[in-house]
Every structure is written in structure tokens, then in C-alpha cells.
Write a protein that binds this ligand. Structure first.
Ligand SMILES: Nc1ncnc2c1ncn2[C@@H]1O[C@H](COP(=O)(O)OP(=O)(O)O)[C@@H](O)[C@H]1O
Ligand SMILES: [Mg+2]
Length: 268
């Protein structure tokens, strides 16, 4: 009895120290969203990685305790100069794009690759509140440690989905700490605060080599009205228009690739 109790305390301490992953509660995306909207914040700290240093909150609702990522950044500047000397006009860095990206991922059937994300106010700030993912490492760490995923085909298929999505939303900050790796080498996409630029062009169409069949179909079906409705308050009409222009380019790009290489070389 005493031993079992001690074991419980040791396990709890290991989980708190981050040495062991906490058991993920079995919840649907709707239940996660409800949790994020209603749970009480019982602890807060800043995340250890990243640029804007958002918050990692511990939250509780009923008998569920779980962490969440809270990102309140919402900046607009006429110009912004980066360390590499490049200058971006109409620079925006906003939590609103995290919410818009999640809404768009739902329309495309890619939401299983992102944390459930909602709008919430906390501690006097408005921001995006996202489910804290069961992450083993990020892509930067994987590369540093030269770790290879055991199933290269499955890994590649996830990466192709990620690339298509990054082009669609024009993610101007696609760095390696924004690609998280969970159980069984599952890839998650996070941090879209610098996405949704107003350009109708793709950044690097040459990186779009293959596409999930289902995703291509969903891209064809995506319509401006539906996108505007599900991202109301988070994307302007100009931002929606730019997504649709890039959608047209992605679809045309894959249609051309299929013509050149044959469907089985492009779609999976
Ligand atoms: N939902 C999440 N689940 C687990 N870890 C996360 C989550 N969101 C962010 N992180 C971690 O926090 C870091 C910083 O968050 P991020 O949204 O990328 O902000 P920024 O890069 O602007 O500081 C990420 O690189 C990642 O390590
Ligand atoms: Mg980041």
C-alpha cells in the first residue's frame, strides 16, 4: 500500500518534471474546444522555445487537468526589418491567424495535424488558446540528433500535406520549431501568427511534389464564402481573397504535375 502510494507520487513528480508524458485524456475535438473555452487557469509560465514567448497554461475543468498554449501577440507595423536585412511591408504578427489556420484546416480535413485552437481572453488579454500537444521533439531537434523516422513513406506523406498547407496560408515563418513530432512520428503544424500574407503568389511551388488525393479534392471544393464565414473576425476579406488565389495556383500546379508525370507519381 505504502509502496503503491510512493510509486504514485514518483510518477506524478516525473510527469511534472516533464520526464514522462502525462496520460492524454480521451476527448473529441469538440470536448477539447469546450475545455479550452471554459477551464480555469491554475498555473502559467512562458514557453521555453520560440520567438514571441507565448504562455503555457495549466487548466482545469471538472476532473480534467491539461495544459494549453496561449498566444496574445497582435502586432501591425507599416514595415519590419529582419536580422537578415530583408524588409516586410504591412507586417502582421497575430494570434488571429492561429485561429484562422485551425478553421481552415478543418475545412480541408487537416485538423488532425493541428492543436484544437479557440479564441479566449485570459488575464486581460485576447489570444488564441490551443490544446497542448503530446510532443516528443520538434523538427529542429530531430535534425540535430539525426533521427530518421522508421516509416519514410508515412513521414513523407505527412510532410507533403504540411507543405501544401504552408503554401496555402503563405506562412512567412516556417521554422523548425513550428513542426512538432508526437507519438508514432505524427507531425503537428503550429504557429501561424505570421501567415496569411496578402500575396496571391506561392513561395516555393517547386517544393510541392506530391499531394494527398483527399486534400486536393477539398482544395478544389474550398470556396471564398465558406472560408470567410468560418474565419470571420480573424481574416479580412483581402486575406481570404489571397488564400483563394493561392488555392487556384496550388490546384493548377498539381494538375500540371499530373499531366507531366502521371497521377500515380503525384497523388497518394
Ligand atoms: N499546442 C502546443 N503544444 C505543444 N507545444 C507547443 C504548442 N504550441 C507551441 N508549443 C511550443 O512552444 C513554442 C513557442 O510557441 P509558438 O506558438 O511557436 O510561438 P513563437 O515561436 O512565436 O514564440 C513552440 O516552438 C513549441 O515548442
Ligand atoms: Mg514558433
Amino acid at each position: 500500500m505504502v509502496t503503491r502510494c510512493r510509486l504514485g507520487i514518483v510518477l506524478a513528480l516525473l510527469i511534472l518534471a516533464g520526464a514522462l508524458p502525462a496520460q492524454e485524456p480521451a476527448m473529441t475535438p469538440e470536448e477539447m474546444a469546450n475545455f479550452l473555452l471554459k477551464a480555469e487557469v491554475i498555473n502559467s509560465r512562458h514557453t521555453t522555445k520560440g520567438v514571441t514567448s507565448p504562455y503555457r497554461l495549466t487548466m482545469r475543468l471538472g476532473n480534467v487537468t491539461h495544459d494549453a498554449h496561449f498566444q496574445p501577440v497582435d502586432e501591425t507595423r507599416p514595415t519590419r526589418e529582419f536580422t537578415d536585412g530583408s524588409v516586410e511591408l504591412n507586417f502582421r504578427d497575430s494570434y488571429k491567424y492561429n485561429i484562422a489556420a485551425y478553421q481552415l484546416s478543418k475545412l480541408l480535413g487537416l485538423d488532425h495535424m493541428m492543436p484544437v485552437t479557440v479564441f479566449r481572453k485570459w488575464s486581460g488579454m485576447s489570444g488564441s488558446m490551443a490544446w497542448w500537444l503530446p510532443v516528443k521533439m520538434d523538427e529542429g531537434e530531430r535534425k540535430r540528433k539525426k533521427l530518421e523516422p522508421p516509416d519514410k513513406e508515412a513521414w513523407g506523406q505527412q510532410m507533403h500535406r504540411k507543405r501544401v498547407f504552408a503554401e496555402l496560408v503563405y506562412d512567412s515563418d516556417p521554422n523548425l520549431t513550428n513542426v512538432l513530432i508526437g507519438e508514432d512520428w505524427k507531425i503537428y503544424m503550429i504557429d501561424f501568427t505570421r501567415a496569411f500574407r496578402l500575396r496571391g503568389e506561392l513561395q516555393a511551388p517547386r517544393n510541392l511534389e506530391r499531394c494527398d488525393r483527399n486534400l486536393l479534392e477539398k482544395l478544389r471544393q474550398l470556396d471564398a464564402k465558406g472560408l470567410a464565414a468560418s474565419t470571420k473576425g480573424y481574416l479580412t476579406s483581402a486575406e481570404v481573397k489571397a488564400v483563394m488565389q493561392r488555392r487556384d495556383k496550388i490546384v493548377a500546379h498539381f494538375e500540371q504535375l499530373i499531366k507531366d508525370k502521371g497521377e500515380s507519381a503525384v497523388l497518394y
